[in-house]
Design a protein around this ligand. Structure first.
Ligand SMILES: [Zn+2]
Length: 450
């Protein structure tokens, strides 16, 4: 199960990995991110009355929530309204913890686009580590801000010429288990919050992506080195056998569900026994799936882009990204197969986390996490289980103690939606209000191109 040397860490257990394959995209390049900001004091607070609350774990049908200076002060059915704070009526709505997208890649305006859809925290699975240092400092504060908080792997672990080296970000590669401890130390020195490993070996028959991969021993040594330093180790895989090998090596989780066939009972059992989680990133598989939709229906990403609750808040670039045709002819990407695997994993007791892999083609920051929630429900999670997968579960697995729940002391990252997403998951898109650190976020609308 957990690796010796990591007692008491909430994320102990096998690592995550996952693997959408070869094609994960050649358009990745580094642009500036929000830098170090002047940190304003937290907003004074407010009270939200008579609102349904999903607190990250369960539903409270009617509650009052008190927010003071960036944090939740009280929540419950019998909480008294304190004097001196503005009071809002939440009837007919549901208050959720700010959502957490457990698989993204951010640069440029990505973190602002993310927040525009109520996603207040992201787990970045590889981007330029340079801008991350300033973001690490800001994210600890309770100051109001216009972008989501980012926790990041920084550079990923891959072989020379391997997946991840094609995006224009300088990636320090390695080839042997002996290099693993120093490689992990270098990432932690750069500010990485966890370790992401790409494991795409060819099969004995020579099948697999057309680029080199770390070997099994080096993948395992990286997991051990990360866990010895109290950091989660997650693995990108795209196929069944490498997924099993990563789980056997003790990965905390997989950051994709494999796509070559439906998960077999042995894989499910291994993941459950090791306590590993899986971030299936169904949204990006839906984006790559070349299967024509049934007659009269739109492809999944087009349907998201056309949703009137979503479309006005997408930037023109985001609309184009969702509406682009699949850029690859990767017949391996079948949403149906991936949904069946997630169903098997979930029914087998494996914890599923919600992640979109935005901004890959067919996805958009923020919006695609709402799509992912819908896909997780289609795979058999209840709406409440899907909401946990985007709130308390990733916070627990990645050791983010101050977010993912609506409870006293938690950071007041909040999302108020109309209706009841614990009954109909698509209600998460009916956003009425977003708060980051207890301060209301101004949502941006973008006019249609003429
Ligand atoms: Zn990714």
């Amino acid at each position: 199960m957990a690796t010796p040397g990591t007692p008491g860490r909430r994320w102990r257990g096998p690592a995550l990995a996952a693997a959408v394959a070869a094609a994960l995209v050649g358009f990745f390049f580094a642009l500036p991110e929000p830098g170090e900001e002047r940190l304003a004091p937290p907003a004074p607070g407010f009270v939200l009355r008579d609102v349904r609350v999903f607190d990250g774990e369960r539903v409270i049908e009617r509650a009052t929530v008190v927010v003071r200076e960036g944090r939740i002060a009280a929540v419950g059915p019998d909480v008294a309204v304190p004097p001196g704070l503005p009071v809002q009526d939440g009837q007919g709505g549901t208050l959720l913890p700010g959502l957490i997208d457990a698989h993204v890649h951010t640069w440029g305006d990505g973190l602002a686009e993310t927040l525009n859809f109520g996603v207040t925290t992201v787990l970045d699975m590889f981007s330029d580590p340079g801008p991350h240092q300033a973001l690490r400092r800001t994210r600890e504060s309770l100051s109001p801000r216009a972008h989501a908080d980012k926790f990041s792997a920084g550079a990923l672990a891959t072989a020379p010429g391997g997946h991840g080296t094609q995006f224009g970000v300088k990636v320090p590669t390695l080839t042997t288990p002996a290099e693993a401890p120093a490689w992990v130390d270098a990432r932690l020195a750069e500010g990485s919050d966890f370790i992401k490993i790409v494991y795409e070996p060819r099969t004995a028959e020579g099948l697999g992506p057309p680029f080199p991969s770390l070997d099994r021993a080096t993948m395992a040594a990286l997991i051990s080195a990360a866990q010895a330093r109290q950091r989660p180790a997650v693995v990108h895989v795209s196929r069944h056998v490498p997924a099993e090998e990563a789980l056997a090596a003790g990965a905390d989780g997989l950051v994709h569900v494999h796509v070559d066939r439906v998960a077999e009972p042995a894989l499910v059992q291994l993941a459950r026994e090791r306590g590993a989680f899986v971030i299936p990133a169904l949204a990006v598989i839906a984006g790559f799936d070349p299967t024509p939709p049934p007659a009269g229906q739109l492809r999944e990403p087009l349907r998201l882009a056309a949703d009137p609750a979503v479309r006005p808040f997408l930037t023109p670039d985001q609309r184009r990204g969702l509406e682009s045709a699949p850029t690859t002819k990767l017949v391996m990407f079948r949403l149906d197969t991936a949904l069946a695997s997630v169903r098997a994993l979930h029914e087998g007791g494996v914890e599923i986390l919600a992640g979109s892999d935005a901004p890959n083609p067919g996805t958009a920051h923020g919006a695609s996490l709402h799509h992912e929630l819908e896909l997780l429900v289609r795979a058999g999670l209840t709406p409440v289980q899907a909401l946990r997968a985007a709130t308390s579960a990733p916070a627990r697995r990645f050791g983010l103690a101050d977010r993912g729940r609506i409870a006293p002391g938690q950071r007041a990252d909040l999302l108020l939606v109309a209706g009841d997403p614990t009954a109909d998951i698509r209600a998460t898109r009916a956003i009425q209000r977003i708060w980051k650190n207890g301060a209301a976020v101004e949502r941006h609308r973008y006019p249609e191109a003429p």
